[in-house]
Design a protein. Structure first.
Length: 245
């Protein structure tokens, strides 16, 4: 493990300096976006997951949002995966920690389709998601499309590469005016200390257009992703998949 870190210390130092520079350049207005994700692979095709997120508008202060969700995935083949998820999404007002009354109290159901493609070592992911949103302001629908590119690197260890860098951009649309709601751009770096665990650090910029159930801002993203496998499931870990947000 120590040898692995020493070989890639330049990359890790660059990531640390980038995050530090972002924090100071934003005059501590950089928010936090924290993810905990657990996944259980029942077979090479079926898996279930649970996830919780906690977000703040300042650096680990002014917490305004949390969510918890779960669902199942079905991998049709190496290129296609279908997901059905549902969860609770709670948005509070700006200006402090969990200030009420809430901006939005929401239960959401979302079917999703992911297309995986490769060009050499570069991995391309296209994600299509439909959201059925039962909010405190009535029913809403929303369509989301995310395009992501990732590049795994490092010496292969037991069928996976320990490092990955990625960039993704996601667009949000609705059937009601103003139709275009949001854009999310994220840069991320991931490290897998073992087959089951992924640690992620990244920078996310969110732009919102005339909606108040979330607040567009810049965020430091920290993620912890852990996968459990049935003993008979010998499929390689999903190192090359972009992580959820």
């Amino acid at each position: 493990m120590a040898t692995l870190f020493m070989k890639n210390k330049t990359t890790l130092l660059y990531i640390l300096l980038l995050v530090t520079n972002i924090s100071f350049s934003q005059k501590f207005d950089l928010g936090s976006w924290n993810i905990l994700n657990l996944k259980y692979k029942m077979s090479n095709k079926w898996s279930v997951f649970g996830e919780t997120q906690l977000r703040s508008l300042k650096f680990y202060n002014h917490f305004h949002y949390y969510e918890y969700k779960g669902g199942f995935n079905y991998k049709v083949n190496k290129q296609w995966q279908v997901t059905l998820g549902a969860g609770s999404y709670q948005t509070f007002q700006e200006g402090g920690n969990f200030i009420t009354p809430k901006n939005n109290n929401e239960f959401r159901v979302w079917p999703q389709l992911i297309l995986f493609q490769s060009i050499g070592k570069i991995k391309i992911e296209q994600r299509y998601r439909t959201e059925l949103r039962f909010t405190s302001n009535g029913f809403r629908d929303r369509q989301r499309y995310r395009l992501g590119v990732s590049y795994p690197f490092g010496q292969e260890r037991k069928g996976y590469q320990p490092f990955q860098t990625s960039i993704s951009n996601e667009l949000f649309f609705t059937s009601k005016e103003p139709y275009f709601e949001r854009n999310r751009l994220q840069y991320a770096f991931s490290f897998k200390p073992n087959k089951e665990t992924t640690l992620q650090i990244g920078y996310l910029h969110q732009f919102d257009y005339k909606i108040n159930d979330e607040i567009g801002r810049d965020f430091l993203v920290l993620g912890f992703f852990h996968e459990l496998f049935r003993k008979q499931n010998n499929e390689k870990s999903s190192t090359n998949e972009l992580k959820d947000y």
